[in-house]
Design a protein around this ligand. Structure first.
Ligand code: HEM
Length: 501
């Protein structure tokens, strides 16, 4: 029996090596060379299951090639982060992110799936960009978000402690929801808010069609139903992005049922990224007492006015004058962002006249190597420097540094496919941080200090991985910030000077 088992094992090993050899020799010699997996056929799958996209850190270290292939039989992904090539990719018409924005025909009808393509898809993206551009319309949206954040922080202060991630999830869903959909948004109902997170947690399973107990599908159906009700009587304070997207879908023949599903899908872009970004920004600032003090001084001096019975946070001043806060937030993004940009190869493409990328395969461009590149960020690239992004001439914290070019800072994606909501989401995080910093003292409830919370590994959907475990924090009202708080749009420019542009 032992002998037979050994024979089968030897057979399997020979077959696996044989398949690996065969498939790599079927590649066109001009295609980027394959990275050899530690175990044939399944090695890369195991690497992904263990490390998610961080696995590319391991594969990249094993090769000097500026572009290489991860191949599992005839499924191939090309990987590069070489600036020289990414600049060419950026200009290419045949390497596109658009196919990843299409909605699966398992979610919408075949007709909608076919219609939501080409010009309509382009226009839909263009409308998102236009409606989220800084200006009076976005100010109103930001203000609705600010009012909701004030309530969430009042609620936090009613308790003696808080689970930071849980709080961030709830506060961001409520505030972003008010900004996007109006004060009476679908996630006011706690059941729908919970369904959103169940859907989100199970999204990787739904993407591969594996949800045996239907928990993810049921949660998604609940969110869709809430959006059906919402759109049957869209409130007057729905934001321009929601109104314009609805209009463009209707004008282009998308049926009603698919319109509200496609609007609901915006939630999967809006919340999952903002929540961990806020979590880690709170952690990075509050765990450094000197930095926290500098942030508090800066906001209090530049962006807060006294009112008769308390304080007013001035959004325009917060967005444009609080350089230390903005810098610490962007440094959090730089050091923690671990997303990989996706491009579909639409046609056989000869990149740089030498690398053949074959139609139908996918190209992945990890951001982490760029964010950790010492030739861009200096010898301290791996170190968290909260003042790194403070512009020269903006006070004593500004230091002489290499100029940061927008294409080196990638938390919002790579041009030409960048997050259209980066001003909106950044305003939300800066506003939450400002209100927390001035009103609340937060200290770890375990009495053991902030430590270094572990991050979730594996196939994370958000651009910044969530913490493995939540953090319980003790909450105390700061006496300097006690009183009634309000937010106001303020005067002057309302565009945040993000390093990404
Ligand atoms: C910190 C928060 C956020 C981060 C880090 C973030 C990041 C990104 C990134 C990297 C992309 C590019 C696509 C990709 O490579 O996957 C993207 C696209 C997008 N994001 Fe965000 N995002 C955030 C918040 C939001 C919010 C609040 C909204 C909702 C208003 C939003 C709406 C979108 C949309 C609609 C797209 C697709 C753009 C297109 O049509 O080309 N994002 N986001």
């Amino acid at each position: 029996m032992l002998h037979e088992v050994s024979l089968v094992l030897v057979g399997v090993v020979i077959l696996a090596y044989g398949l690996e050899f065969l498939f790599s020799h079927l590649d066109d010699p001009r295609e980027p060379r394959r990275a050899t997996p530690t175990v044939p056929v399944i090695g890369h799958i195991l690497g992904f299951l263990r490390g998610g996209f961080d696995y590319y850190g391991t594969t990249s270290q094993k090769t000097d090639a500026e572009i290489y292939t991860i191949g599992i039989l005839n499924f191939k992904v090309y990987i590069t982060h070489a600036t020289r090539l990414t600049q060419m990719i950026q200009r290419s018409k045949t390497l596109s992110f658009r196919p990843f924005l299409q909605v699966s025909n398992k979610v919408v009808t075949d007709e909608t799936h076919a219609l939501f393509n080409g010009e309509l898809l382009e226009n839909f993206s263009a409308v998102s960009k236009e409606t989220l551009t800084p200006g009076p319309r976005l100010d109103v949206q930001n203000l609705r978000m600010g009012h909701e954040l004030l309530t969430e922080i009042d609620d936090m202060l009613k308790g003696s402690d808080v689970q930071l991630l849980e709080w961030a999830k709830h506060a961001i869903v409520q505030a972003t929801g008010a900004g996007l959909y109006g004060v009476q948004h679908p996630f006011r109902d706690p059941e729908i808010e919970n369904a959103l997170w169940t859907w989100e947690d199970r999204r990787p399973r739904l993407d591969v069609g594996f949800d045996p107990l239907n928990r993810g599908y049921n949660a998604r159906a609940k969110v869709f139903e809430a959006f059906r009700k919402y759109f049957s009587n869209m409130p007057d304070d729905a934001s321009p992005i929601i109104r314009e997207r609805q209009k463009i879908l209707a004008q282009n023949g998308i049926c009603e049922e698919d319109r509200y599903k496609m609007q609901a899908i915006l939630s999967t872009a809006a919340y999952p990224n903002t929540v961990p970004t806020l979590f880690w920004t709170v952690y990075e600032i509050y765990s450094r007492p000197e930095l926290l003090e500098a942030v508090r001084q800066e906001i209090a001096n530049k962006a807060v006015r006294r009112s008769d019975d308390g304080f007013i946070l001035d959004l325009a001043a917060l967005q444009t004058e609080c350089h230390i806060l903005l810098s610490a937030y962007q440094e959090t993004q730089r050091t923690r962002h671990s997303q990989v940009a996706f491009r579909m190869v639409l046609e056989d493409t000869l990149l740089d006249g030498q690398y053949l990328l074959k139609k139908g395969n996918v190209l992945h461009i990890p951001a982490k190597p760029t964010h950790m590149d010492t030739s861009i960020w200096g010898p301290q690239a791996a170190v968290f420097d909260p003042y790194r992004f403070v512009p020269a001439g903006a006070g004593e914290e500004a230091r002489e540094r290499t100029k940061i070019v927008p294409s080196s800072f990638l938390p919002w994606g790579r041009p030409p496919y960048m997050c259209p909501a980066r001003q909106f989401a950044s305003t939300e995080i800066l506003m939450t941080m400002a209100l927390l910093a001035l009103r609340v003292d937060l200290t770890p409830a375990n009495g053991e200090g902030w430590g270094k919370p572990a991050v979730r590994s594996g196939m994370e959907v958000p651009t910044i991985p969530r913490p493995k475990e939540d953090m319980r924090l003790r909450v105390t009202t700061r006496k300097e910030g006690a009183g009634r708080w309000a937010v106001a749009i303020g005067v002057g420019k309302t565009r945040i000077s993000l390093a990404s542009g």
